[in-house]
Ligand binder design. Structure first.
Ligand code: HSE
Length: 437
């Protein structure tokens, strides 16, 4: 039996450093649980001589991937560089050589799903990616193991810490969007390109991974509907609060009679819903199964230590398997490879939900009746409405806000196209979908 498990790390950024620190601090505890020692023997990084503010003296650091990939002593490769191109070659080559791999790279898994998982299914190495979704929350393990007897009906997740941090700061501290984003970047939550966080891309990457696992499928990222949080204004936040809602960036997947819904967008969530209390960079994932009913898992979704902890959990689980020579007990994507088929996502136009519509209009006679007539003609029922603001000159727009009953999205878009072309409309209507839970 092996005397120790040797790790090679690609990337000594936020997460890579977190993993080194966790092993330094909890190494003795981990050895007691594993029965053997975990050792990081090598690291590969673009800038090997950079001072990273932690003791790395016992790790051989270089910039040549071969130093890890060609080292027969290394059992587990940790891919923590992010990005897709280089990360893909590292993961594929390591698995192909029969090494085990742990990655936190959601973009890689969502964009190159088939290539990566085909190799993971074939490889003698084991594959862990718990850190790729929702930081330290073990949601991948839940779906792959605990819920493997369930037909999963619905997933609703706050799975981007940066976006949730920004929305929380805007709601609770009346913070400016850009100031809140800068604070999230300073805390190490944001992606290298923060557009991924605020435009919903990172949430989309994570949602696709959860959908593949939950629905025995290979879904196409390009079919997901993705909208970020950049159009949310303090006025929308204020009106939402007045009507008993908060605004969250949700990733939602539903197994409906019509097909699989998959969508990422800002959402009005009732303040009584537990997801509404998820603040700052925390994440939460609500999953409904046909036998277990609803569940909710909560924890830190971003940041060095929570993400490192998820990586370490995978490293220890894989080490146990390697020490027992147990092989891959749970299939990488939860189902047997020959049972995984390509699955389609319903077009957004077919989704039915409730809507918040904020019209910016001139304060003229007949405006309200024209809007409500066009909504009615498109089968859209009104649940409540509000007029907000006061025009000090005929050119000053005011706001009319309508909360609808459930309606199909294609009807909403048809009605808005007509309304937005009317001469009294000052700005395009702001539409936010409402979570009906
Ligand atoms: N930028 C990501 C987030 C990091 O804010 O959630 C964790 O995946």
């Amino acid at each position: 039996m092996k005397e120790s498990i040797k790790l090679g790390i690609f990337g000594l950024g936020t997460v890579g450093k977190g993993v080194v620190e966790q092993l330094r601090k909890n190494g003795a505890l981990i050895s007691q649980r594993l029965g053997k020692e975990l050792q990081i023997t090598k690291a590969v990084t673009a800038n090997p001589t950079k001072d990273r503010g932690i003791d790395l003296s016992d790790i051989q650091i270089s910039s040549d991937p071969k130093d890890i990939l060609d080292d027969p002593e290394i059992d587990i490769v940790l891919e923590l560089i992010g990005g897709v191109t280089d990360a893909k070659s590292i993961v594929l080559e390591a698995l192909q050589k029969g090494k085990s791999v742990v990655t936190a790279n959601k973009a890689l898994l969502a964009e190159c799903t088939e290539e990566i998982f085909n190799m993971a299914y074939q490889s003698k190495g084991l594959f862990g990616f718990e850190a790729s979704v929702a930081g330290c929350i073990p949601v991948i393990r839940e779906i792959k193991s605990s819920y493997s007897g369930e037909k999963i009906e619905e997933i609703s997740g706050i799975i981007n810490g940066t976006a949730n941090y920004i929305l929380t700061s805007m709601i609770e501290d009346k913070a400016d969007f850009q100031v809140a984003l800068k604070a999230a970047q300073d805390k190490g939550y944001a992606e290298a390109d923060p557009a991924f966080d605020i435009e919903g891309t990172d949430t989309a990457h994570k949602l696709i991974i959860l959908m593949d696992l939950a629905f025995n499928g290979l879904f196409d990222l390009k079919e997901l509907y993705v909208e970020g949080i950049t159009k949310i204004t303090p006025l929308d936040i204020e009106i939402a609060e007045q009507f008993g809602y908060t605004i969250k960036l949700l990733g939602k997947a539903v197994n409906t009679d019509k097909g699989f819904e998959g969508r990422v967008h800002p959402t009005l969530v009732k303040t009584s819903n537990m997801l509404a209390s998820v603040r700052g960079a925390f994440n939460a994932v609500a999953i409904k199964g046909n036998f277990m009913g609803p569940t909710l898992s909560y924890g830190a979704g971003a940041g060095a230590y929570p993400t490192a902890s998820a990586v370490m959990g995978d490293v220890i689980e894989i080490s146990r398997n390697l020490l027992q020579e147990a092989g891959q007990l749970v299939p990488p994507l939860a189902s047997m490879r020959d049972q995984l088929s390509k699955k389609k996502i319903l077009p957004m136009s077919e989704v039915t939900t409730e809507y918040y519509l904020r019209f910016s209009v001139l304060d003229e006679v007949g405006v309200m009746s024209k809007i409500t007539t066009l909504l009615g003609e498109n089968d859209i029922g009104i649940r409540s409405m509000l007029q907000k603001g006061e025009a000090h000159s005929p050119k000053d727009p005011i706001h009319v806000v309508i909360f609808t009953h459930k309606a199909i999205e294609k009807n909403i878009l048809k009605a808005l196209a007509k309304i937005d072309s009317l001469q009294f409309v000052a700005e395009p209507t702001n539409l936010i979908r409402i979570d009906t839970e």
